[in-house]
Design a protein around this ligand. Structure first.
Ligand code: NAI
Ligand code: HPV
Length: 526
């Protein structure tokens, strides 16, 4: 298998890929056209912020299974296109958190004490001590937008500098913030109270131009602004205007809406503008962390099937995978069986996890069940990543619940599938520690191994019918390896689920359907 690496990655990462027997192709600085060609044959790709994986490029990849971002931000990857194609997208959260936070502080100090400007002046032969009068950080209010990994580290370090830290993050509870000694406020209050504002949110639709002309207008006169998160979060034109007017006394950007920015970017003309070329994660420590993490995650996935830090599917560690494995098999079989029993387009899937299995992370099980359910129709076009997406695309409603008890079983997965014209209920369990069993088909209680070629038959509960079925199969040279017979007493009908050693032909199926007292015969492939 081949892994394409299209941004600089330290040798520590490349070595991990090679040691695992993966072919590594390093191609840094490709044009979109070259990337489209290079990605065609790749099974995995490792990128940083320099590679843009658009829908068009993802579509060109014929074998791609995993996209790994050696870093945090994934705004350069079309996640929807990757998910639709069933490609796992993962990043390395945490690996560069400290570096990005420290760089934020570097920019804050640089601005507060005019370090870059003063150095340029001195190197140009001037000695301008009066011009570069700075300001202290101690006692100032720092407003952090986005109190996640990086925002939290910035908060902690700023408190060490004796700054007052306030933050806006709609997804963080006031309790969590106060544990960090941070006061959670509204965005407007943050604008009104902060002497320095720093953003640490991901770039998304909701955060695009979050800092715009309107927000600058709400800030204190003479505020300092830092963006060490992602270009596009700050409206650069509006920042320029706010700096020109004196509203914003200084700004520091590590990231730009267009990277690299045009050399004549208006902000470059302002002396109180400080900038670095996207260096937040550019330390030896961070680069080692993310190179090793990205490469190990790719090896884990491509070689061992273990998913870590995926953003478009539930992550499963090697330990969790061991416990989940038999349930994954069972869930996929239940889905496949439901798909084959349904007599019309499926409209709703309702899954109840009961007993021991309810205490596990069931998200991967739901994916497996949906994969089984859709595989008949979509074949290889469905996998764990896109199963949920595909199901929703087809208008299938998915309901999931859990209960601690499981009737007579230690664990049970019950699935009701509604289709146009009816519904079926199936339930399965794991026997011992490994064996998947189907224990209910509608009212029919059984104990069947869901495996291989099976026949599902409804017939009148009369002497001789089962014998005739056996004879018909025997005459066609089909051996019955297992057979489960149940009764529907009120209808005086039998339900039979039997396993045969080969797939029955159409002739055999119609011979069975033509037998007296046989109502329906369905061939199942599990
Ligand atoms: N300059 C550089 O080299 C680097 C930049 N980054 C950027 O920093 C970003 C943040 O990284 P982490 O802290 O690791 O991510 P994170 O996911 O831990 O934190 C992001 C925080 O933003 C919050 N958030 C989301 N939407 C928000 C909104 N509309 N308003 C306020 N808060 C909102 C979330 O609740 C979360 O707490 C990354 O997405 C990446 O773009 C990351 C590493 C290096
Ligand atoms: O991890 C991130 O989000 C970063 O912005 C770091 O970018 P880089 O890997 O240095 O291109």
């Amino acid at each position: 298998m081949k892994v394409l690496v299209t941004d600089p990655l330290l040798p520590e990462g490349l070595e991990i890929l090679k040691k695992a027997g993966l072919e590594v192709e390093e191609r840094v600085g490709l044009s979109p056209e070259e990337l489209k060609e290079a990605i065609r044959e790749a099974d995995g790709i490792i990128i940083r912020s320099g590679t843009k994986l658009t829908a068009e490029i993802i579509e060109a990849a014929e074998r791609l299974k995993v996209i790994a971002r050696a870093g945090t931000g994934l705004d350069n990857v079309d996640l929807e296109a990757a998910s639709r194609r069933g490609i796992v997208v993962m990043n390395c959260p945490g690996g560069n958190t400290n570096s990005a936070a420290e760089h934020t502080l570097a920019l804050m100090f640089a601005m507060a004490r005019n370090v870059p400007q003063a150095m340029a002046s001195l190197k140009a032969g001037r000695w301008e001590r009066k011009k570069f009068l700075g300001r202290e950080l101690m006692g100032k209010t720092l407003g952090i937008i986005g109190l996640g990994r990086i925002g939290s580290v910035v908060a902690e370090r700023a408190q060490g500098l004796k700054m007052k830290v306030i933050a806006y993050d709609p997804y963080v509870t006031p309790e969590r913030a106060s544990e960090m000694g941070v006061e959670l406020v509204s965005l407007d209050e943050l604008y009104a109270r902060s002497d320095i504002i720093t953003v640490h949110v991901p770039l998304m639709k909701e955060t695009y131009h979050l800092l715009n002309a309107e927000s600058f207008a709400k800030m204190k006169d003479g505020v300092l602004v830092i963006n060490c998160a992602r270009g596009g979060i700050v409206d650069e034109r509006a920042l320029y205007e706010a700096m020109k007017s004196g509203k914003v006394a200084g700004a520091a950007l590590d990231v730009f809406e267009k990277e690299p920015p045009d050399p004549d970017h208006p902000l470059f003309s302002l002396e109180n503008f400080v900038c670095t070329p996207h260096l937040g994660a550019s330390t030896l420590e961070a680069q080692k962390n993310v190179a090793v993490a990205a490469a190990s995650q790719v090896v884990d996935f491509l070689v061992h099937g273990v998913v870590r830090n995926a953003v478009n599917m539930p992550s499963v560690s090697a330990e969790a995978l061991k416990v989940l494995k038999p349930y994954l098999v069972l869930a996929e079989k239940l889905g496949a069986m439901q798909a084959q029993l349904a007599e019309g387009p499926i409209t709703e899937v309702s899954i109840v996890y009961q007993g021991e299995v309810s205490r596990l992370d069931t998200a991967p099980l739901t994916m497996a069940l949906l994969k089984g359910l859709l595989s008949r129709a979509l074949r290889e076009d469905v996998n764990y990543v896109n199963a949920l997406y595909r199901a929703r695309e087809r208008g299938i409603k998915i309901l999931e619940s859990k209960t601690e008890t499981a009737e007579d079983f230690l664990n049970l997965i019950g699935v009701t599938v509604k289709f146009k014209g009816g519904e079926n209920y199936l339930a399965g369990t794991i026997f011992g520690k490994m064996e998947p069993r189907i224990v209910r088909i509608n009212d029919f209680q059984l104990d069947a191994l869901p495996q291989g070629h099976m026949l599902y038959i409804h017939n009148d509960d009369r002497p001789g019918v089962i014998g005739l079925i056996g004879v018909t199969l025997g005459e066609a040279g089909l051996n019955i390896s297992r057979m489960h017979v149940g009764q529907e007493p009120e209808k005086r009908r039998n339900v039979i689920l039997l396993s045969v050693d080969q797939a029955p032909s159409e002739e055999v199926l119609s011979a069975l359907r033509n037998l007296p007292h046989v109502h329906s015969v369905k061939a199942l492939e599990l």
